[in-house]
Design a protein around this ligand. Structure first.
Ligand code: C2E
Ligand code: MG
Ligand code: MG
Length: 576
C-alpha cells in the first residue's frame, strides 16, 4: 500500500464510518461489519475487540460486554489499546491485534487507525449505554422484565389493536417463602428463573412476562398457549441444584382475564383490575387454583370497597349491635353464659357477620370493631349489675389480627375497667393460628389474660388444621368445638365423626377445660353431647343469637326446658 493510497483509504473509511454510525438507533449493521473487514484487510490486522464496562467498579471485577467483529485467529500481538472513560462513568475499551510477524506500516497508519477506532468506540458506547439504560428501566434487580416493561407492552399492543383475543394473567408461586427456607435463597432464585423461563418459552413472541416483585408475575399471551401455560402453573418439577439432580414441585395460583375481541383499553388499570380480582380469589382457594375473571367479580371488589368505606361511618353511628347467643348446660338447662356476636343494621336491613367480618379482616379495621363490641358488652354487663339483674359470663370474639399488637392486653383491660366490670364476667374467644410466630403471640395473650382473671376460649376447634400443640402449650380455660365437628346423628355413617368427637371432648375434660359445643341444632345432637358428658351447648336448638332485650328475658328466666323423655341413643337401640 503506498502512502497516498493509505491516506485516501483512511479518509474514505472515516467518511463511511461517520455515515454509518451517525444514526445510531437504526444503523446498517451489514455495512458496518463490511467496513470493519475492509479496514482490517487494508492494515493487515488480525483481530479487533471492543469492550464495555458500565463503570470502573465493574471493570475491576471484569464484568463487562465484549464484541469482536473480525478475528482471523492469528491475533497474538496487541498493537493499539484505547481506554475511554465516558461522562456517564462507563468505560469503553478498544484493542487491535496483529500477527506476531506483522507490523503497522507507518506511524501515520497507526495514527489513522487509532482515529478510526475512536469513532467506532464513540458509536459503541452510545449504543451500549442506550441498551443498558433500557435494561435498567425495564428490568428488575434480578434481570426479570419489570412492571414498566409490561405496561409498555400493553400500551403498544393497544395502539396496534392487538390486545383483543389475548390472555392476561397474574400469578403467585405457591408457598414460595417456604421453598426459599427449605432450599436456600440462591436455589430459590434459580427456581424462580427456571419457572419464568418455562412459561416464557411457551409465550414466545406472542406476549410478555414481567415480575411484579417477590414471587409474583404478570403477563400476557396468545389464547392458543393457554392450555400449556395453565398446565405449568398447576404444578411442574423444577430443577434447583447445579448438577440438575434435585427437583422441587412448583405451582402457582393465578387470576386470568380473557381479553375479548375486539378490545380497546383506556388505561393499564383496566387490565390490572381484571386480573387482580380473580388472583385474590385464586389465592384463597386451593394450591394451583386458576380463576378466570367475570364481571360479577368486579362487583365483589366494589362491595369490598363499599364495606371498607361504610365501616367507619357505621361505627360512629353505632350501626353495629351486639346479639347474644346463650350457652346452656345440657344437664340442667341453665344458661351458663353467652357469646356476643355482631350484627350490622344498615338502611333498615341486618347484615350478618360473614358479609363484613372477612372484609374488615383484610386490614386492621376488625380490631376497632372488636373493641367496640367489648365496650358495648361491658356497658350491658354494667347495666345488668346496676339493675340487680342476673348476670352470666359473656364471651367476645377477638380476631387474630390483634395478636401482633403488643399493647393488646392493656387495650382490653382499659375497656373492661372503664366500666368497672369484674373480670370474671368476660371471656375472650380466639381462633387457632397456623404459623409459629402467631402461635407465640397467642400464648402470650392467653397467659396474660388468665393472669388478669379474664377467661379465654379457643374458638372453632376442629376447623382448619387444629394441632394438639394448641391445647397442650396454651393454657385455655375453654375449648369450643366447631359445629363442623359435631356429628349430625349417631348413625353408622357418622362413626368416625362420632369417635373423634368423643375423644376430643373427653380430652378437653381430662385437661380440666370447659367444653362448649357449637352448632347444636337437634335433639339427637343434644343426646350425643349428654352421652359424652359434654356439658355446655350453644346452638339453634336453644336459641339463635338474640337482640339484647330478648336475651335479657332469657337470662332472667335462667333455664331452658331440657326434653324429659329424650332417650340415650344406646337405650333407644336396645329397646327396638
Ligand atoms: P363464631 O365465633 O364461631 O360464632 C358462632 C357462629 O355460629 C355464629 O355465627 C352463630 O350464629 C353460629 N351458630 C350458632 N349456633 C348455630 C347452629 O346451631 N347452627 C348453625 N348453623 N350456626 C350456629 P355468626 O353470628 O354468623 O358469626 C359468624 C362468625 O363471625 C363468628 O363465628 C365469628 O367468627 C365472627 N364474628 C361475629 N361477631 C364477631 C365480632 O364481634 N368480632 C369478631 N372478630 N368476629 C365476629
Ligand atoms: Mg366465637
Ligand atoms: Mg366458633
Amino acid at each position: 500500500m503506498d502512502r497516498r493510497s493509505e491516506n485516501e483509504l483512511f479518509l474514505e473509511y472515516l467518511e463511511r464510518m461517520v455515515q454509518i454510525t451517525h444514526e445510531s438507533n437504526d444503523y446498517d449493521r451489514e455495512a458496518y461489519v463490511q467496513l470493519i473487514h475492509e479496514i482490517c484487510e487494508t492494515y493487515h490486522l488480525a483481530k479487533g475487540v471492543v469492550g464495555f464496562y458500565l463503570n470502573a467498579e465493574r471493570e475491576q471485577k471484569d464484568d463487562g460486554d465484549f464484541f469482536c467483529d473480525f478475528d482471523n485467529g492469528r491475533g497474538e500481538k496487541e498493537v493499539i489499546r484505547i481506554r475511554i472513560e465516558a461522562r456517564s462513568k462507563a468505560i469503553i475499551l478498544g484493542m487491535i491485534y496483529m500477527a506476531e510477524e506483522d507490523e503497522l506500516e507507518s506511524p501515520e497508519a497507526k495514527e489513522h487507525l487509532e482515529m478510526l477506532l475512536r469513532v467506532i468506540l464513540g458509536f459503541v458506547s452510545r449504543r451500549r449505554l442506550q441498551q443498558k439504560l433500557e435494561e435498567f428501566a425495564f428490568s428488575d434487580e434480578m434481570g426479570f422484565r419489570n412492571f414498566r416493561s409490561f405496561a409498555r407492552y400493553l400500551i403498544t399492543a393497544n395502539k396496534n389493536n392487538a390486545l383483543g383475543g389475548k390472555v392476561a394473567i397474574l400469578f403467585d408461586l405457591h408457598n414460595f417463602t417456604m421453598v426459599n427456607q427449605e432450599i436456600g435463597r440462591p436455589n430459590g432464585d434459580a427456581v424462580l428463573r427456571r419457572f419464568y423461563n418455562m412459561v416464557m418459552d411457551v409465550i414466545g413472541d406472542g406476549g410478555t412476562l414481567s415480575r411484579l416483585g417477590g414471587d409474583k408475575f404478570i403477563g400476557i399471551f396468545d389464547r392458543k398457549d393457554k392450555r400449556q401455560i395453565f398446565e405449568i402453573l398447576s404444578g411442574v418439577p423444577v430443577v434447583y441444584d447445579e448438577r440438575g439432580m434435585k427437583r422441587i414441585r412448583v405451582s402457582a395460583s393465578a387470576g386470568v382475564f380473557m381479553i375479548p375481541n375486539p378490545y380497546m383499553m383506556k388505561s393499564v388499570g383496566d387490565i390490572m383490575d381484571r386480573i387482580m380480582v380473580p388472583s385474590q380469589v385464586a389465592k384463597r382457594q386451593t394450591e394451583g387454583a386458576i380463576v378466570i375473571f367475570d364481571e360479577k367479580m368486579k362487583s365483589e371488589k366494589d362491595r369490598v370497597k363499599r364495606v371498607q368505606k361504610d365501616f367507619w361511618f357505621g361505627l360512629e353511628q353505632e350501626e353495629f349491635k351486639v346479639f347474644y347467643q346463650p350457652k346452656v348446660n345440657v344437664e340442667t338447662g341453665e344458661i351458663s353464659g353467652a357469646e356476643a356476636l355482631c350484627r350490622w343494621y344498615k338502611n333498615g336491613k341486618i347484615i350478618p357477620p360473614m358479609e363484613f367480618i372477612p372484609i374488615l379482616e383484610m386490614n386492621t379495621d376488625i380490631c376497632d370493631l372488636d373493641f367496640y363490641m367489648l365496650d358495648h358488652v361491658c356497658g350491658d354487663i354494667r347495666r345488668w349489675l346496676d339493675q340487680g339483674q342476673k348476670v352470666v359470663r359473656i364471651s367476645v370474639n377477638l380476631s387474630r389480627k390483634h395478636l401482633v399488637d403488643v399493647d393488646l392486653l392493656d387495650h382490653i383491660m382499659t375497656i373492661i375497667d372503664k366500666h368497672h366490670v369484674p373480670h370474671e364476667y368476660i371471656e375472650v374467644e380466639l381462633t387457632e393460628t397456623t404459623t409459629d410466630v402467631l402461635f407465640r403471640d397467642l400464648k402470650r395473650v392467653v397467659s396474660g389474660l388468665q393472669e388478669l382473671g379474664v377467661r379465654t376460649a379457643v374458638d372453632d376447634f376442629g376447623m382448619g388444621y387444629s394441632s394438639l400443640n394448641l391445647i397442650r402449650d396454651i393454657p385455655w380455660d375453654v375449648i369450643k368445638i366447631d359445629k363442623s365437628f359435631v356429628p349430625k346423628s349417631d348413625e353408622a355413617e357418622n362413626k368416625t365423626a362420632l369417635l373423634m368427637f368423643k375423644h376430643v371432648s373427653s380430652l378437653a375434660q381430662d385437661l380440666g377445660m370447659e367444653c362448649v359445643v357449637e352448632g347444636v341444632e337437634t335433639v339427637e345432637q343434644l343426646g350425643i353431647l349428654r352421652n359424652n358428658h359434654c356439658c355446655i351447648a350453644q346452638g339453634y336448638f336453644f336459641d339463635k343469637p338474640l337482640p339484647v332485650e330478648e336475651f335479657e328475658a332469657r337470662m332472667n328466666r335462667q333455664y331452658y326446658p331440657i326434653p324429659e323423655d329424650e332417650m340415650q341413643p344406646e337405650e333407644q337401640e336396645q329397646s327396638e
